[in-house]
Ligand binder design. Structure first.
Ligand code: PMP
Length: 360
C-alpha cells in the first residue's frame, strides 16, 4: 500500500485508522453480515450509529441542549438556500463577503429576501478579514452571515463579528472541529463534512431550537425545512447513512486524540511550521495578511506562474498531492486539515526548501 500526503481542499485526507476500521467492517459490520452501506436506515445498528455520532459531536463541541444537530444531504451549497428560506422572518439578512463561498451564499439568499453586503474584502482579493467590530447591521436583519474559514483564500475570523445582538450564522465547512468553539455565540453553525470530518454528501447543521419554525418562506421544499428534519431526527427520508457512519468514526478519533483543544494545538503546530518557512523564504510568499491566516488552508505563490506549475508537478512526483491553488486564484494551496499528520507538513516544507535551492 502506498499513501500520498494529500493536501486537497476537499474532499480531503481522513485519518488512516478510520479508513482502516471502515475497511475492516466493510463486509460484516459488527456481526450483521452486511456493510453499513447495505443496511436499513431504520435498523437497530444504524440507529445506534447515528445516535452515537450525535452524542459524540455534542460532547466534542459542548453543544447545549437547546441546539439541534441535523445530518443532511445537499452539501454546504444547499444550505445557501435553506438558511434564508428558514430564517428570513423579516425578509432581510446581512452578509459579510470574505470569498467566493460567502458571495455565493449571498447571491442565493437574494432569491428569498433583501441581502445587505455589510462588509467585504474583495478589494484586496479576499486576502484579509474586514474589521467587524462596528458594522452597519440592519435593524431588521434576521441574521448576520459569515463564512468563518475561507477555503480558497486561506483566511479565518480570529474574532467573531459584533452582530449587535443579531443571530450569527456561520459556514464552518473548512474549519469544522479544528479548534474549540463557543456554540452559544451562534444561531446556526453548518458545514459540509468533506474537509475535516468525512466523505462528501453529508452536511451537518447545528441550529438553536427557537430558530426552527413552521412559517418558513412560502414554497420551501419539505426537505429543506429544518423543522421537517429536526422533528424526524434527520431520518425524514434516507439520510447519507454511510457518510454519517464515517463522521461518527472521525468523532471518536477526535475524542481519542484529546478533543478540540488538542486538535487546535496540533493544527497550530502544523500551520506554524509552514507559515514560518513562508515568512523567511526568498522564493515562496504567503498571500494572506498574518493576523487572518487560516490554520487549515495555506495559499502561497512564487510570483511566477510557470514556476508555480513546475512546483505542483514536481511535488506530485514526490508524493505531495493536490497542491494546486483554486482554479480562480492560481498559485498553490496546502490544505492541512485535522487528519494531515505533522510529518506531511514536514515533508512539504522539506520539499519546498529543496525546490527553492534549485530554482532561486
Ligand atoms: N463553503 C465552503 C467554505 C467551502 O469550502 C465549500 C466547498 N469547497 C462550500 C461551502 C461548498 O460546499 P459543497 O460542495 O458541499 O456544496
Amino acid at each position: 500500500m502506498s499513501r500520498v500526503y494529500n493536501f486537497s481542499a476537499g474532499p480531503a485526507v481522513l485519518p488512516e485508522e478510520v479508513l482502516q476500521a471502515a475497511a475492516d467492517e466493510m463486509m460484516d459490520y459488527k456481526g450483521t453480515g452486511m456493510s453499513v452501506m447495505e443496511m436499513s436506515h431504520r435498523s437497530k445498528p444504524f440507529e445506534e450509529i447515528i445516535t452515537e455520532a450525535e452524542a459524540d459531536l455534542r460532547d466534542l463541541m459542548e453543544i447545549p441542549d437547546n441546539y439541534k444537530v441535523l445530518f443532511l444531504q445537499g452539501g454546504a451549497s444547499q444550505q445557501f438556500a435553506a438558511i434564508p428560506m428558514n430564517l428570513m422572518k423579516n425578509g432581510v439578512a446581512d452578509y459579510i463577503i470574505t470569498g467566493q463561498w460567502a458571495k455565493k451564499a449571498a447571491q442565493e439568499a437574494e432569491k428569498y429576501g433583501k441581502v445587505n453586503r455589510i462588509a467585504s474584502s474583495e478589494d484586496k482579493v479576499f486576502s484579509y478579514i474586514p474589521d467587524c467590530s462596528d458594522l452597519p447591521i440592519d435593524d431588521n436583519a434576521d441574521y448576520v452571515y459569515i463564512c468563518e474559514n475561507n477555503t480558497i483564500y486561506g483566511t479565518k475570523y480570529k474574532e467573531l463579528p459584533n452582530t449587535k445582538g443579531k443571530i450569527l450564522v456561520a459556514d464552518v465547512s473548512s474549519c469544522f472541529l479544528s479548534e474549540p468553539v463557543d456554540v452559544t455565540k451562534y444561531g446556526v453553525i453548518y458545514g459540509g463534512v468533506q474537509k475535516n470530518i468525512g466523505p462528501a454528501g453529508t452536511v451537518i447543521v447545528i441550529i438553536r431550537e427557537d430558530l426552527i419554525r413552521d412559517d418558513v418562506f412560502p414554497g420551501t421544499p419539505t426537505m429543506l425545512k429544518y423543522k421537517t428534519q429536526a422533528d424526524a431526527k434527520s431520518l425524514y427520508n434516507t439520510p447519507p447513512a454511510y457518510g454519517i457512519y464515517i463522521c461518527g468514526k472521525v468523532f471518536k478519533w477526535l475524542k481519542k486524540m484529546g478533543g478540540l483543544e488538542a486538535m487546535k494545538e496540533r493544527n497550530e503546530k502544523k500551520a506554524k511550521l509552514l507559515y514560518d518557512f513562508l515568512d523567511q523564504s526568498q522564493l515562496f510568499k504567503g498571500t494572506v495578511v498574518k493576523e487572518d491566516r487560516s490554520l487549515m488552508n495555506v495559499p502561497f505563490v512564487t510570483g511566477n506562474e510557470e514556476l508555480d506549475a513546475k512546483f505542483v508537478k514536481e511535488a506530485k512526483a514526490a508524493g505531495l498531492e493536490n497542491l494546486k491553488g483554486h482554479r480562480t486564484v492560481g498559485g498553490m494551496r496546502a490544505s492541512i486539515y485535522n487528519a494531515m499528520p505533522y510529518e506531511g507538513v514536514e515533508a512539504l516544507v522539506a520539499f519546498m526548501k529543496k525546490f527553492e535551492e534549485e530554482n532561486l
